[in-house]
Structures are given as C-alpha cells and as structure tokens.
Design a protein around this ligand. Structure first.
Ligand code: PLP
Length: 433
C-alpha cells in the first residue's frame, strides 16, 4: 500500500475507534451528527426519517470505508496474487469476522455473504428442496412473514408438490407455542419463521420455537431482517439452523446480506449457484465444490460493501451499550402506543401485553383515511414513513384492504421527532377526514 492509502486506512480505522469509544457516552444529538442523511431538509423541513425498517441511514465510518474500498482498495478478491487483491480480500474477510463475532457464530465457515435477506432465504429454500422436500411435505411458516419468507418457499414447494402450513398470529401479533407444537406433524420438514415481523414489530420467542421443532427433529430457519437490528442475537444460544438478515438495515451498504448456517446443515445442502470461487476442481465431466463458506459464494461478491460490516456492526454494537439510546427506545415505544391509542379511529397492529417484546415500529390504520394519503401528507411535513402492503400482503389483507401506515424508529431518532410525528398524524387526519 502506498503512503496515502495507508494513511487513509489508518485514519478511517482510528477515527472509527475514537468514535466508538465515545459512542457509549454520546447523546443522541451527537450520534445524529454521524449520519449525513439526517442533516437533510425535505420541502424546506428538517427530515424526520421513520422508515428505518426498510433501510437504515449510514454513519460516516461506513461511508468512509465504502469509498475507500471502491477507490483505493478496488481489486477482485480471492483470485489474484497481487497486493491490491490481497488487501481487498483481507478487508472482505474482516467483514465476515465482524459478522461472526456480532452474532456469535462458531466460525467463519458459518457466515455466507449474500445480497440481502431475500437472497439468503432463497438460497436455503432452493437448496433445501433438492434433498429434503417431496410431494405432500410441508414447510411451516407464520402468518406474519415477509414475502421473501413466503414466496421463496412457495417456489421450492411448487417444484416437488409440497405446500405451506401457516401458523396464525393472534390479535396482539403473537404466535402460540402450543399451536406450533400441534402443527408440527410428520409432514413438516422445516420451520421458516421471522424473528420480528416488519409489520407487527413483536419479538417472537425464537429460542422456544427452535426447542419445540428440534424435539421433533425439524430444522428452523429464522428470518432475522428486523431481529438482528433490535435484539442481541446469539445464534449458538438460539440454536437455529439458519439465520438470515440484510446488512443495509443495520448501517451497512445496500446489496449486502448474510446467511448464517450451522456447519452440518450447510454442508448437507447442494450449492445454490455455480460459478467462480465456489469450486474446488472443474472438468467437463464433473465439478467438486469449495469448502464453506465459499461453496455458496459464486461469482464476484459485493466485496466493497461486505467490508463495511466491520464499521457498521461495530457501530451497532456500541449503540447497544449506550444507556441513553436504550432508555429513549423504551420511552418512544410507551409514548407512541399511548398517543396513537388516544387518536380517534386509529388501530395499532402488533401490541403485546409485555411492552418489552415490542420494538419501536408501529403499523396503524385510521378509520376513514387511506394510509397512503396520510403518508403523503406526512411527507410534505418532512416525515418519511412507509405505507401499503409492506411486502407482507397476506397478513395486511387480513386486517385492511388499503394497507397500513408504518413508522419505524432507529437509535438516532429523538423523542422530539416522535412528538412531531404524532402532531403530524393528527393534523393529517383532520385534513383527510
Ligand atoms: N424479512 C423481513 C422481516 C423484512 O423486513 C425484509 C425487508 O424489509 C426482508 C425480509 C427482505 O429484506 P431485503 O429486501 O433486504 O432482502
């Protein structure tokens, strides 16, 4: 590495470590300064970004790493003998190690880089079907799944004549473990369930689900796209067979995803895609495959973005140690529940009795008001929320033909923003009704 590159790399790493050290003690206003997008105004109003369940904003440490990887350290990984390639490979593998450590996976072999939670779930479904699904078999999912954990399995099932079994959620947005136990009959070959639904924002008891399924010899795949953002995930403690998530929802760049899998589970699955880097030897007659994790990483991966897991997850880990952030989140959940409950015609979906099971994500309908109209009015006030079917059509249609409006908060969102959101909702309703 020449002097300037070395200097920039060291500076970025040094800046990151200084920042992390302080992050534990920083106020939310100080944390916000790390996110360029949060400094923006839209329509002349200060942006209030409440669409974090769709994607999070990115801190400077991640943006710096991304720029450096795409600029100075740009070379394809795992292939060439030259210096630049070795550096890029090193950063890529450091990204993998950051993920391993963040979710407490036993080894780098358990961590597969993908393009997102969707790609991770499709990988498992497509490979699992080859060996383990046949006519009449069932894949058990919950009623609250994102399309990526429904359609991926439907595609797999259609190939062999298998079908989905659907575990219902109750009116509070919770699953019943008794019902799960009843439904796990001999036809069920795998359970694919969300840790936290992107509509309900309720934390599912994944550890218990795994215990019940494993007692019957059934593996469990967890869609952790929202779970990994809001819960301290320890995959060894959960004991799940796979855990899938997206990097872009937890401060890493878009186009990054992870599939964690137990070694024996992943070794048993055939490769998902063929191409460069996933092979041992290739002849026209037969190909043998690389060891894990490369067996599932065909082709040039998004190495520039994957390297950013290191700063992204360091950032996330430090935020979890910040007591102001933690207290703020609990206050926001209690405040939004109380205030939304008091607005005439508003219904909240996903409200467990124990508020500790609820993340700061509120999906609502308002009697007589179309959610997209309200979302558009909020947008003019500078408040970014999501509306519609939220890629969970079966669940949403159970309650509402017009979809819902969702506000999803992140550690950098303030109480003042939550108050402005409530004022905005009230104002919007008074205009639209
Ligand atoms: N699962 C859940 C619960 C989600 O919220 C999302 C995205 O919103 C996904 C899966 C799919 O994630 P991605 O689009 O990043 O692949």
């Amino acid at each position: 590495m020449d002097f300037w590159i070395k200097y920039k790399v060291c500076f970025a790493i040094f800046a990151r470590y200084c920042k992390q050290y302080n992050l534990e003690m920083e106020t939310i206003d100080q944390i916000r300064a790390d996110f360029p997008a949060l400094q923006r105004k839209v329509y002349g109003k200060q942006l209030i970004y409440f669409d974090n369940a769709a994607t999070s904003q990115k801190p400077l440490s991640v943006l710096t790493m991304q720029e450096m990887m795409s600029g100075e350290v740009n070379a394809n990984i795992h292939r060439a003998v030259h210096k630049l390639s070795a550096e890029a490979t090193d950063f890529y593998e450091k990204g993998r190690e950051a993920v391993r450590s963040f979710i407490n996976a036993p080894s780098r072999e358990n961590i597969i880089f993908t393009s997102g939670a969707t790609a991770s779930l499709n990988l498992v479904a497509s490979s699992f079907v080859y060996k383990h699904l046949g006519k009449g078999d069932k894949v058990l999912i919950s009623e609250a799944e994102h399309h990526s954990n429904i359609v991926s399995w439907q595609l797999a099932c259609e190939r062999v004549g298998a079908s989905l079994a659907v575990l219902p959620v109750d009116d509070r947005g919770e699953i019943s473990l008794d019902k799960l136990e009843q439904m796990l009959n001999k036809n069920v070959k795998i359970v694919a369930i969300t840790h936290i639904s992107n509509v309900l924002g309720v934390i599912n008891p994944i550890k218990e689900v795994v215990t019940i399924a494993h007692a019957k010899g059934i593996p469990v795949v967890v869609d952790g796209a929202q779970g990994v953002v809001h819960c301290a995930v320890d995959v060894q403690d959960l004991d799940c067979d796979c855990y899938a998530f997206s990097g872009h929802k937890i401060y890493a760049p878009t186009g990054t995803g992870i599939l964690y899998g137990k070694k024996n589970f992943l070794e048993d699955l055939p490769p998902y895609m063929g191409g460069g880097d996933m092979v041992d030897t290739v002849t026209f007659e037969k190909t043998t495959y690389a060891e894990l994790p490369l067996k599932f990483e065909a082709g040039t991966p998004n190495f520039a973005a994957a390297a950013c897991y290191a700063p992204a997850l360091e950032y996330a880990a430090q935020l979890r140690l910040n007591t102001e952030v933690q207290e703020n989140e609990r206050k926001q959940v209690a405040y939004l529940k109380r205030e939304l409950d008091m607005i005439d015609g508003v219904r909240i979906y996903g409200m467990p009795e124990d508020l500790n099971k609820k993340i700061p994500l509120f999906s609502i309908t308002v009697e007589g008001v179309h959610p997209t109209d309200l979302a558009q009015l909020l947008d003019t006030m500078g408040i970014a929320v999501r509306s519609g079917l939220m890629c969970a059509e079966p669940l949403i249609r159970k309650y509402s033909d017009n979809g819902m409006l969702r506000a999803s908060l992140a550690p950098y969102n303030t109480m003042e923003e939550a108050e402005k959101f409530i004022t905005g909702v009230k104002k919007g309703i008074s205009i639209l009704k």
